[in-house]
Design a protein around this ligand. Structure first.
Ligand code: GLA
Length: 383
C-alpha cells in the first residue's frame, strides 16, 4: 500500500516525499471517559493511514486522497471548509498550525490506507495526527509529540466540529508495540502495560453500520456530562469534571438530577473505576477478570450511556455465547462501528462462526472480522 502511495505521489508531483505511517487504534476499556478527564486504555494497531508528503513551491496545499481518487487544493494561509468532507481533517491541522504561529509553506500530500472509515478505529485521528507529524518533519517545526497531539485534537474540535477528547490523537502518536497505554486524560500522565499472552488475540467485529448519529449524539453526551457536573459542583466546591465524582457523591444528589443525566453520569463514574480495576487485573495477568470488566463496560454503554445500537448488541451477545471469549464490548463513540473481543486463539473460529451466523440471521448480511496486533504510534517509514 505504502509503495502505491509513494508511486502516486511521484506521478502527481514529480518529487520525492517522506513516507509516514499513522495507525488506527483500539480501546480496551474506558469509553466516553476522555472528555470527562478520566482514564482510557487504548493501543495503536496494524491498520493505518500512509502519507507521502513533501514541501512544494508556492503557498498552496495540494491534497490527494488515494482511496477516493480525489484531489483538493487550498491556500495555506486561509483554509476554507470543504463540502467534500475529507479535506477538512487535513486543512484543520494546517489551520491549527497557522494559529500556533508555525511556519508552514506550500506542500503536497498523498494519503490512503486500510483503516475502515466509520469503524470506530479512529481513521480521523490517524489523518489529523499523521499530517501534523509529517508537516512537523518536512518544515522542521520543532513541535514536541504532545503539542502534535493537542493540535490534531483541536483540528477536529474546531474545523471538523466534533468535540472529541484526547484519546485517539494521543495513542496515535504515543502507541508502542505489544502494549496498551493507560492515559490519565486530565494530567496526561501515562503508563504502558505489556498486553501479550501468546494464546490471546484482540478480534474486532465490524457492524459496517455507518455511524450517522455519532457526531451529533457525541456532542449531546458531552453536554449531558457537563450538566451533571454543574449540579454536583454546587455540593462539592472545586469539582471540575466527572473525574472528580465518587459513586457516593453522585448517589447523595440523585434527587436533583433529571433521570437521563443521572444515568449518563453514573456510567462515566463506573467506567473510570472499571479502567482502574482492569489495570490491576493486567498487573496480575488476570485476563479473565479483565474480560469481565469489558463486558461490564458494554452493559453500561448500552443501558446507561445509550450509545450502542442493535447491531453492536447482537455481536456482543453472540460473542458472549462462545467459550474462550473472555470479554466483548462496543468500541469508540458508538452507534455502529466495531466490537472489540478478547479471545483465546483456539476460540477464534468459533467466534467467527457464532457472530456471522447470529448477525446474518437477524440483519441478512455479514459483519467483517479483523484480528488486530498492537503496533507503534505514528512514525517515518524507510523503504
Ligand atoms: C471517539 C472520540 C474519543 C473518545 C471516544 C469514546 O473516538 O474521538 O475522544 O471520546 O469516541 O470513548
Amino acid at each position: 500500500m505504502v509503495r502505491q502511495i509513494q508511486a502516486k505521489f511521484r506521478s502527481l508531483f514529480k518529487d520525492e516525499p517522506i513516507l509516514v505511517r499513522s495507525p488506527g487504534r483500539v480501546n480496551l476499556i474506558g469509553e466516553h471517559t476522555d472528555y470527562n478527564e478520566g482514564f482510557v486504555l487504548p493501543a495503536a494497531v496494524d491498520k493505518a493511514i500512509y502519507f507521502a508528503v513533501a514541501p512544494k513551491k508556492g503557498a498552496v496545499g495540494s491534497l490527494h486522497a488515494f482511496d477516493l481518487d480525489q484531489s483538493h487544493e487550498f491556500e495555506i494561509a486561509r483554509p476554507v471548509r470543504s463540502d467534500k468532507g475529507w479535506p477538512n481533517y487535513l486543512m484543520g491541522v494546517v489551520d491549527q498550525l497557522g494559529k500556533a504561529g508555525a511556519a508552514v509553506g506550500g506542500f503536497a500530500c498523498v494519503f490512503g490506507g486500510d483503516i475502515p472509515i466509520g469503524s470506530g478505529m479512529s481513521s480521523s485521528a490517524a489523518i489529523e495526527a499523521g499530517l501534523a507529524f509529517s508537516l512537523n518533519r518536512i518544515f522542521s517545526l520543532g513541535l514536541d509529540p504532545l503539542k502534535l497531539v493537542k493540535l490534531a485534537q483541536k483540528a477536529e474540535n474546531e474545523f471538523v466540529g466534533v468535540r472529541c477528547g484526547i484519546m485517539d490523537q494521543f495513542i496515535n502518536i504515543f502507541g508502542r508495540p505489544r502494549s496498551v497505554l493507560k492515559l490519565d486524560c486530565r494530567s496526561l500522565d501515562h503508563q504502558y502495560f505489556p498486553f501479550e499472552r501468546a494464546d490471546l488475540r484482540i478480534v474486532l467485529c465490524d457492524t459496517l453500520v455507518k455511524r450517522e448519529l455519532a457526531a451529533s449524539e457525541y456532542n449531546v453526551r458531552r453536554a449531558q456530562c457537563e450538566a451533571g457536573v454543574k449540579i454536583l459542583a454546587k455540593h462539592a466546591p472545586g469539582l471540575l469534571s466527572l473525574r472528580d465524582v465518587s459513586l457516593e457523591l453522585l448517589e447523595a444528589q440523585r434527587s436533583e438530577f433529571d433521570p437521563i443525566i443521572y444515568k449518563r453520569c453514573d456510567y462515566v463514574v463506573h467506567e473510570n473505576l472499571r479502567v482502574e480495576e482492569a489495570c490491576s487485573d493486567l498487573k496480575k495477568g488476570d485476563f479473565t477478570a479483565f474480560g469481565r470488566r469489558m463486558n461490564g463496560s458494554h452493559d453500561g454503554l448500552r443501558d446507561d450511556y445509550q450509545v450502542s445500537c442493535r447491531e453492536l448488541d447482537v455481536l456482543v451477545e453472540a460473542a458472549g455465547d462462545v467459550p474462550g471469549v473472555l470479554g466483548a464490548r462496543m468500541m469508540g463513540a458508538g452507534f455502529g462501528g466495531c466490537t472489540i473481543n478478547l479471545v483465546e486463539e483456539t476460540a477464534i473460529e468459533a467466534l467467527k462462526e457464532g457472530v456471522v451466523k447470529s448477525y446474518k440471521d437477524i440483519f441478512g448480511r455479514e459483519p467483517k472480522i479483523y484480528i488486530s496486533s498492537l503496533r507503534s504510534g505514528t512514525d517515518i517509514i524507510k523503504i
